[in-house]
Design a protein around this ligand. Structure first.
Ligand code: NAP
Length: 307
């Protein structure tokens, strides 16, 4: 089977996916580098473990109105694992058998694992972020001060991860106050000692601690012409900046932070490590994140880097 093709619901109905199939499902999905990443990691696993000889990872474009029907078919056809991306991460909650506690708090799942009755849901985005911060910037979330920009799905996963990991201070800013309020409501249900404060994006809190990390989880920066979501000049000199956006590789936020000599990193590491964690859940094996990074860089036409 061709793992580079984008499959449809019709293909799922009519085609035999032999062996142990895995897939990412989204709409749109054409841009996804997940098949390249996962198939590279599977090739590595195969080198030392014959269990993975017939595993393959595919890409499916499934519209939201077809998602429930598709999920039942994926189950019937024994797709062992599924990654969900926009717009399916929330809708899936009503259709799965079980859910991990952190995914429950985040209110979204990005990883499904087959069982006899249906799928169990997990969310590896928060894990991916925490690994990315650790590896790229040397930031451990425990006891950290975090400024989180945004209140959408990715920000929600990040905020829950911050509280579950024991952040000291979490400052959350968003353009739309109602969405910010929704995120606070979500955090209200998560047990932890993190102190949370909100702010408007154009007005960073005063008296920030000397050091901490800014995490951009807004989509501002996806267009090359986008401005930075905050005024970087207001950050104390000990702060670091992580942008979940990885394409473009250097957003205005990162440009301005690096002009001030603040350490910076983009979201490629988060992408790799959320994917590696998904594959670990399916395979119960250690996954070669570096192979995933090499494949992702190749697909995105970026210079190779280490994971
Ligand atoms: P989402 O649910 O649509 O949320 C978008 C967020 O961006 C909201 O907080 C929204 O604020 C804000 N926003 C949009 N346009 C804005 C503007 N012009 N000015 C200020 N704020 C603006 O999207 P998401 O799924 O959370 O994704 C957010 C970003 O994270 C995207 O860039 C995505 O590519 C990235 N991401 C990266 C990874 C990774 O692995 N690296 C994983 C997931 C997501 P309002 O509430 O005011 O609309």
């Amino acid at each position: 089977m061709n793992t580079e093709k984008t499959y449809t619901l019709r293909d799922l109905e009519t085609t035999e996916f032999s062996g142990t199939p895995l897939a990412v499902i989204g709409h749109p999905i054409q841009h996804s580098v997940s098949p390249a990443m996962h198939n590279a990691a599977l090739a590595k696993l195969r080198e030392t473990d014959s269990r993975f000889i017939d595993w393959a990872y595919y890409r499916f474009d499934i519209a939201p109105e077809d998602f429930a029907q598709a999920l039942a078919l994926f189950h019937k056809r024994c797709f062992l694992g599924l990654n969900l991306t926009i717009p399916h991460k929330v809708q899936a909650l009503d259709l799965i058998q079980g859910i991990s506690p952190d995914a429950q708090s985040m209110g979204a799942v990005n990883t499904l694992v087959w069982n006899e009755l249906g799928y169990d849901g997990f969310n590896t985005d928060g894990y991916g972020l925490s690994r990315g911060l650790e590896l790229d910037l040397g930031v451990m979330l425990k006891d950290a001060n975090v400024i989180l920009l945004g209140s959408g799905g990715a920000a929600r996963a990040a905020a829950v991860q911050c509280v579950l990991s024991g952040c000291a201070q979490l400052y959350v800013g968003n353009r739309t106050p109602e969405r910010l309020q929704n995120l606070l409501t979500v955090l209200g249900g998560v047990a932890g000692s993190t102190s949370t404060q909100t702010f408007a994006l154009n007005d960073l809190p005063e008296d920030l601690p000397e050091c901490g990390v800014v995490v951009n989880a807004t989509s501002l920066g996806l267009q090359a012409s986008d401005p930075a979501p905050i005024d970087v000049a207001q950050l104390p000199a000990g702060w670091k900046v992580y942008d979940m956006i990885y394409n473009p590789t250097k957003t205005a936020l990162l440009e301005q932070a690096s002009a001030r000599a603040l350490p910076i990193a983009n979201g490629l590491s988060m992408l790799i490590h959320q994917g590696a964690r998904s594959l670990e859940l399916w395979s119960h094996s250690a996954v070669d994140a570096h192979a995933m990074m090499t494949a992702a860089c190749h697909s995105l036409k970026l210079p190779p880097r280490y994971a």
